[in-house]
Design a protein around this ligand. Sequence first.
Ligand code: SAM
Length: 250
Amino acid sequence: EPGLYIVATPIGNLGDITLRAVDVLRACDGVACEDTRVTGKLLKHLGISKPLWRYDDHSEHRDRGRLVESMRTRAVALVSDAGTPLVSDPGYRLVNDCRAEGIPVTALPGACAAVMGLSLSGLPNDRFMFAGFLPAKDKARREMLEELGGIDTTLVFYETAPRLLKSLDAIEQVLPHREVAVARELTKLHEEVRRGLPHGLRAYFESHPPKGEIVLLVGPPIPMEASEADADILLRDALATLKPSQAAAR
Ligand code: SAM
């Protein structure tokens, strides 16, 4: 069937490609991708050979228009280098244009580093906010953390190894009491999740320079129920010590 197929690909372990993804990649007329070498390798591994078209959201408007028009008669798969397209990856303008032009769009779900990091972290997940990459500049990074830190949810960021220490340092300054998780090399040989307070994690990664790909998570402000429970205990203790002196006063 003609149209656009948004296809998630593995984030490290090639076994994580879905059966449907393989079917669609095999049946489609061509694949729009970020990097033709990366996608070429994946297709080769799957024994599939297809025309590959480089796509990013900054591509010329005309090129995107042609691609969208072609989907009236052709099935086009959109993939990223890794994971789910449009999650800090290209595709937004393409999907938007397809919708505007009445081109059928569907998605084949699969690996997504943000979601896997959230599941593995064990941080509260009843609500969470995916916030992409933190800004590269110190001041902008701190301001972003101040702004997002006021929201009562777990925060999920994409991170790079060279920047992790700077981000942990900023979290230590802005949100020093929040639980943090660093989820590294997910689905790969050296998969690792570390959880702790910003200070401890910064110290750890200072002596163990991180490598590879990273999802950084910040837990929500102290949950309300916990502080109410603490207050109950404090109150009970206070009453217990108050009684004898009240009795003495009488
Ligand atoms: N769209 C992709 C997805 O759904 O996972 C994410 C693309 S984004 C440009 C790349 C970032 O995703 C990396 O910098 C890292 O933060 C995260 N990431 C990708 N693969 C990862 C992995 N195997 N382990 C941890 N983080 C990963």
